[in-house]
Design a protein around this ligand. Structure first.
Ligand code: CP
Length: 309
């Protein structure tokens, strides 16, 4: 693998290999095993938009594997003086071995990958894609259910602008999942993505009635209604807080059903859910470290040993 811009850059076999390697690296992510596979390598964390989990889990992944990290943000950099994305990325080509980029503009990751030689990993481009999140999401689902096949996954919230669900839905149908898409009408999954999912033979149902979907779900994937993506604040106000899940809503849920969220949450998952056995969103965030460790090794051409100890 070179660049990772969308999930189309990975075959199912490559995804399974990455998930297997991520599983092997769990003791390294926890700090129980010292394995400096990436010693001497440098990661450039290029964040043109805010992040907690993606930036920090990439940094942890690189450091746990013995590598080092350059952290870039727009404040404090020469972007404030008007430097272009193209020029900024040219510098990184000379300073680092791999670049992770998050940018508010859809297409910025592909643009950067085309501009430089080192591998570029898309850490979220506007309302486009977030494939490294998808890897940790798949890892979390497989960890809980032992498989990705045949599961009923309910995606809830902002399916229009939500890049996590754009990437995840695409990957899930490739592994034979059934999708239920729950959103208000103004935030439905883009028609071209639904058509694409169906063209892969996926069973896709769309609904605005969240409570009716809970009983049949194997995975409920909540998302935040993203205020920052709305062109008009009045439109945001109409749908803010539309789907909220609390522990009291889970009485009819399957015992093994898991609740995920890419985070940050605002009000869509009540803290009462945190102590239920369904809650997986904090574990999911931890899994970002192992998924990104596996990814960094792969794009830097470093083999993960079959037995890590
Ligand atoms: N899941 C996710 O992308 O979180 P951050 O925005 O904090 O990176």
């Amino acid at each position: 693998m070179g660049d990772l811009i969308t999930m189309d850059d990975l075959s199912n076999k490559e995804i399974n290999n990455l998930l297997d390697n991520a599983e092997r690296l769990l003791p390294v992510a926890k700090g129980d095993v010292h394995l400096p596979l990436l010693e001497g390598k440098v990661l450039a964390n290029m964040f043109f938009e805010n992040s907690t989990r993606t930036r920090m889990s990439f940094e942890t992944a690189m450091k746990r594997l013995g590598g080092s990290v350059l952290n870039f943000s727009t404040t404090g950099s020469s972007v404030a003086k008007g430097e272009t994305l193209y020029d900024t990325m040219q510098m990184i080509d000379g300073y680092a071995d791999v670049a992770v980029i998050r940018h508010p503009r859809q297409g910025a990751a592909q643009y950067s990958a085309d501009a430089i030689e080192i591998p570029v990993l898309n850490a979220g481009d506007g309302a486009g894609n977030h494939p490294t999140q998808t890897l940790l999401d798949l890892f979390t689902i497989r960890e809980a259910h032992g498989t990705l096949e045949g599961l009923n996954v309910v995606l809830v919230g902002d399916l229009r602008y939500g890049r996590t669900v754009h990437s995840l839905s695409h990957a899930l149908v490739r592994f034979g999942a059934t999708l239920t898409l729950v959103s208000p009408e103004s935030l439905m999954m883009p028609r071209e993505i639904v058509s694409d999912l169906k063209s892969h033979g996926a069973e896709v149902t769309e609904s605005s009635d969240f409570s009716a979907t809970i009983g049949d779900a194997d995975v409920i994937y909540m998302t935040r209604i993203q205020k920052e993506r709305f062109p008009d604040e009045d439109e945001y106000a109409k749908v803010a807080g539309i789907y909220m899940l609390s522990a009291g809503d889970l009485g009819g849920a399957k015992k093994e059903m898991i609740i995920m969220h890419p985070l940050p949450r605002v009000e869509e998952i009540h803290p009462s859910v945190d102590s239920t056995h369904h809650a997986r969103y904090f574990r999911q965030a931890f899994n970002g470290v192992v998924a990104r460790m596996a990814l960094l090794c792969d794009c830097l051409g470093v083999k993960v040993p079959k037995k890590v100890k």
